[in-house]
Design a protein around this ligand. Structure first.
Ligand code: GLA
Length: 740
């Protein structure tokens, strides 16, 4: 891994064995972008990549050079108004009404390792030789605004982390109204754009389209990263598959409003930008003040979408997630929400926990409804003390009883919210986000606390820390169940009101940081009505997240498949729930529900006391299986093999690091009569090793990868002796073990 600077040609080259990234200081001092892709040899200059052509209707930089026009130049940090008519990476409003800037190269420095981003989540290194960081400082002379463009390249990873740090060294206030974390100009537009979109209960479905002239984008303006669009986009070549061909992946480590956008100009150049959504964002920088953008990660893959995903998985699993739980297999839990919702007593909870313990389940999680006057979703949010009418022994007493069963105890919270019917609201009616003179929109009967205010975050921190100090709590599920509306803080001055949504997220990160620092052994799981804030920003604090409120196994196939584009299995909260399923009323077998959920952090979310003895025996087997293989499932290399978006089957697998164990999950959606034979080509095995499949036949790795694993299903409409017939929503797990 190296970062070169060639003084004579003004060329920067960041490279490792996998990728190269090339930047050049242009004639006008701006930074030109030359290349991002597979690694190339280093040279003194790559000037041939600065292509220029005289084109009519062009505004040129210098009057003596009618070839150099910004609109035809690939750039690193473009702005609008001086001949580049595309969407900018930066916009700075000034006192005289202008928003023009002219960011010119000033200096650069290279440092070992990777600096942290103040107050923001980001990838990190554990030792300085894991990464190198280039910081290029550009300055707009007239305003005095400086920007440090940060680029980190990691040893052995096809990934580059980018962010921008602004400081106002001028004498006047300015306002940043666009501050993208990443801008990448690509020389052509022969890409398919892949996004993860959906809604509550069907998050992160894979959607694809070819890039077209003009602007295409996804984003969120809801105050959270949202169920609707994830802060992730891939650009892949049309013939790129899951395993072959070029793909670029972009991911923003941020949990608030974001924009991911591609603008294709009329000469086929694609400008990709990613960062905080400029809508309702305007950050005041007084002289001496600074602003740090979130970090964006760009990944290059020549091994298709799987290659891209694996780079994200390993980076996010090992160098974004942190703490005690980062590398530890996750406890198998039982959550009471779908079993009881608000209707529980201590006795009922203990009885669920006891039955769970008998099946080998390790942790009991008490969901919503334990605090304040919370007996429905109309009251109580904000009052983080147990309701003695429901839990006579409080949380401390309940936790003790659970611990006495030799189980861990976990608890649900929703710290950012308040109900009007709460002691907190009655005491502090100005602590929520609301715009003076305007109606307050409501969502799930609740309102959003103003986390841009330090005293609000302090108060919530104190109430939660008290709970965590007093009771033996091993796990926290941190929920967030509405979008933000009427964004306005009673505390901020008028010219800073457009900062509130970003300040809110900084407040959320601050609370996460304080709680995870004080309680390093508590496992945090994020949640936002399912997967409404399932993003890399939250992953930095909470190493797992509730993927979706939709727990139907067949819906989950698509949701988990889509989620795996960017996120590792170790962070995907997945539970077995009751049937008919709450969200779609579908009946699926207990086997299939577990076969999907085991490619996740795994748990149960139903009243186990309602299961038959046979079903409980099955649960015991599932728990035993999970304990034996969770290391491989959660921390192995994950491969998508068959897309449930493209046919009647889904298939994926995880392979252990030593390639000695692999688990394949095969899933059928609908049954059909007289079905064809089927094989699935496996991935990631050692060609020369012989693998025993399900303790029976032995096949070489190369056979399984080149010929394929036979997955023909028995449901041809005929009953074959000794083989159980298969129906709709059937599934199988194949366990592969290398022979010694
Ligand atoms: C959200 C979560 C659920 C559950 C409920 C409780 O919808 O996604 O898992 O915790 O809130 O109110």
């Amino acid at each position: 891994m190296s970062i070169y600077f060639e003084e004579k040609s003004g060329t920067f080259h960041l490279t490792n064995n996998e990728i190269s990234y090339l930047i050049k200081i242009l004639e006008n001092g701006h930074l030109g972008h030359l290349y991002f892709g597979k690694a190339v040899h280093h040279k003194e200059n790559f000037d041939y990549l600065v292509e220029m052509k005289q084109r009519p209707m062009t505004s040129c930089v210098f009057k003596e050079n009618n070839l150099f026009a910004l609109e035809h130049t690939q750039q690193e940090f473009p702005s609008y108004g001086s001949g580049d008519f595309r969407q900018p990476a930066v916009r700075v409003q000034q006192k005289n009404g202008s928003a023009l800037t002219d960011f010119v190269f000033e200096s650069y420095r290279v440092q070992k390792g990777k600096p942290t981003l103040q107050g923001l989540p980001a990838t990190y290194c554990e030792s300085e030789d894991e990464a190198e960081t280039l910081c290029i400082t550009v300055k707009d002379e007239l305003t005095g605004v400086k920007a440090d463009l940060l680029y980190t390249i990691f040893a052995g990873r096809s990934a580059l982390a980018r962010s921008v740090y602004f400081v106002n060294e001028g004498n006047e206030d300015v306002f940043l109204d666009t501050a993208m974390s990443l801008c990448l100009d690509l020389p052509d537009y022969d890409y398919e754009w892949v996004q993860l979109s959906g809604s509550w209960s069907r998050e992160r479905h894979v959607c694809k389209r070819h890039l077209q002239y003009g602007i295409q984008s996804v984003g969120s303006t809801r105050g959270t990263s949202s169920h609707n669009h994830n802060p992730f986009v891939a650009l892949k070549r049309p013939d790129t598959t899951e395993t072959e061909g070029e793909a670029l992946g972009f991911s923003l480590i941020y949990s608030g409003n974001f924009l991911a956008q591609a603008e294709v100009d009329n000469w086929n150049v694609t400008r990709f930008t990613m960062g905080i959504h400029p809508l309702n964002f305007n950050w005041k920088l007084e002289p001496g003040e600074s602003f740090q953008t979130p970090e964006a990660v760009a990944v290059y893959s020549e091994n298709g979408l799987n290659g891209m995903s694996q780079t994200f998985h390993k980076l996010y699993q090992k160098r974004l997630a942190r703490g005690y739980w980062r590398d530890r297999p996750r406890p198998i839990l039982i959550n009471n929400w779908e079993a009881t919702e608000f209707d529980f007593t201590e006795e009922k909870l203990i009885s669920i926990a006891r039955t769970a313990k008998e099946q080998g389940i390790e942790m009991f999680v008490l969901d919503d409804g334990w605090f304040g006057k919370r007996v429905s979703d109309f009251a109580g949010l904000g009052d983080w003390y147990p309701n003695p009418d429901r839990l006579e022994n409080g949380i401390t007493g309940l936790a003790e009883k659970i611990e006495a069963l030799d189980m861990k105890f976990g608890l649900w919270i929703e710290p950012e919210m308040v109900n009007l019917d709460s002691d907190l609201y009655r005491a502090h009616p100005d602590w929520l986000l609301a715009t003076p003179g305007r109606r307050m929109s409501t969502g799930r009967n609740q309102y959003v606390l103003d986390f841009s205010r330090g005293e609000v975050v302090d108060y919530i921190y104190e109430s939660l820390a008290k709970l965590l100090r007093e009771a033996k709590i091993s796990y926290i599920k941190w929920d967030m169940n509405r979008c933000i509306t009427e964004p306005y803080s009673a505390k901020l001055p008028a010219d800073r009101e457009q900062e509130v949504l970003h300040r809110y997220i900084l407040g959320v990160y601050d609370l996460y940081d304080r709680l995870t620092t004080e309680f390093p052994h508590v496992l945090f799981e994020s949640c936002a009505s399912g997967g409404g804030r399932f993003d890399p920003g939250i992953l930095y604090y909470a190493p797992q997240g509730w993927v979706s409120d939709d727990t139907d196994a067949i819906e989950r196939l698509k949701i988990q498949y889509g989620t795996s584009m960017c996120y590792p299995v170790s962070c995907m909260g997945a539970h077995v729930s009751a049937v008919p399923n709450q969200q779609v009323q579908r009946m699926t077998s207990l086997k299939t529900r577990a076969n999907v959920a085991c490619f996740g952090t795994f748990g149960y979310e139903l009243d186990l006391n309602l299961l038959s003895q046979e079903e409980l025996a099955q649960v015991r087997e599932q728990v035993k299986f999970m304990k034996e293989y969770r290391e491989v499932l959660q921390f192995g290399t994950f491969y998508r093999l068959k897309s449930p978006f493209e046919g009647n089957f889904g298939c994926w697998m995880c392979v252990s690091e030593d390639q000695n164990t692999a688990i394949v999950g095969w899933y059928k959606i609908l049954n059909g009569p007289i079905q064809p034979f089927q094989r699935v080509k496996l991935r990631g095995l050692d060609s020369s090793k012989a693998y025993c499949v399900d303790g029976e036949e032995v096949y070489y790795g190369d056979e399984l990868m080149n010929i394929g694993l036979v997955t023909t299903d028995n449901s041809s409409g005929q009953i074959v002796d000794g083989i159980e017939p298969s129906g709709d929503f059937d599934s199988r797990l194949f366990i592969l073990k290398a022979k010694k």
